[in-house]
Design a protein around this ligand. Structure first.
Ligand code: C5P
Length: 255
């Protein structure tokens, strides 16, 4: 090899983390891999990584600007962004505005029903267990997060929900639900919490307000059409990808 390879820190289903250029930083690389149902369903969607890198940059930098701290520092290229290294809290924090997905199944509330207020749920991050839903009792008893952390995580999740809901509304999209991850950044004796991982159509449910068309990973989960086209539509509405830059799909048979 003629090039020094970067040190890989972690490889997940949709992203790879490499050692960053400075202490306390990492490089987050977005792959084209799509997985659903805990990786039972898999595919490579050409261009998905590029779109999610751009969209996550857009949402995270918007959050940074309004004072909601995130791990995002800057985008480096088409597929990579520089992020702050943080200790990931082992929870998937889900905020729901309308019923869908596992919530719909668990509680038998018809898809699309508006909830009386945003509902925040926590799942324990463990692929072998399929990320089970847990309560604050479990989280406290097993020490996954302190009481103070949980207060901060709830506040963070609701601020992200308000910000994203408004942003989406502005481009004719309803934010049905989303998932964030939260990380700790240590500063001397204390730590602060930041929004980590990614915010993209992989981790949100997004419906067109007028047509109800799904513009998120449900297109892949439910075989509703081209995932790349759906994500490209979201990117175009936010003006984050020039139209010419997204001609990355070869013609495909639609069945
Ligand atoms: O599947 P469920 O209805 O619980 O998902 C709620 C929201 O969280 C959806 O927007 C989904 O895309 C997201 N999610 C995720 N990663 C998971 C589980 C859910 O991004 N592992």
């Amino acid at each position: 090899m003629h090039m020094a390879r970067r040190i890989k820190i972690y490889e997940g289903k949709a992203k790879i983390l490499y050692e960053g250029p400075e202490p306390g930083t990492l490089v987050q690389y977005f792959k084209d891999d799509a997985t659903a149902f805990n990786a039972e369903k898999k595919a490579i969607i050409e261009g998905k990584g590029v779109l999610n890198n751009r969209l996550s940059e857009f949402f995270m930098s918007g959050l940074n600007e309004i004072g909601v701290p995130t791990h995002f520092i800057k985008r480096l290229n088409m597929r990579e962004q520089l992020i702050r290294n943080c200790e990931i809290v082992p929870l998937e924090v889900i905020v729901r505005n309308l019923s869908a997905g596992t919530f719909e199944k668990r509680l038998g509330i018809k898809e699309g029903t508006r909830l009386p207020r945003p509902i925040v749920e926590y799942c324990y991050k463990d692929d072998n267990l399929g990320d089970p839903l847990v309560t604050e009792e479990h989280i406290a008893a097993f020490g996954w997060a302190s009481h103070q952390d949980m207060d901060d995580i709830l506040a963070l999740a609701l601020r992200v929900n308000d910000f994203l809901s408004g942003l989406m509304l502005g481009v004719g999209i309803r934010l049905v639900d989303f998932k964030i991850e939260v990380g700790r950044i240590y500063e001397e004796d204390f730590h602060r919490l930041v929004v980590a991982d990614e915010i993209s159509p992989d981790s949100c449910r997004l419906w067109d307000i007028d047509t109800g068309e799904k513009l998120d990973k449900d297109v892949f989960r439910q075989d509703l059409g081209s995932l790349a086209n759906a994500y490209t539509e979201v990117a175009h509405r936010f003006g984050v990808m020039p139209k010419s830059a997204t001609k990355m799909q070869k013609p495909k048979l639609i069945n």
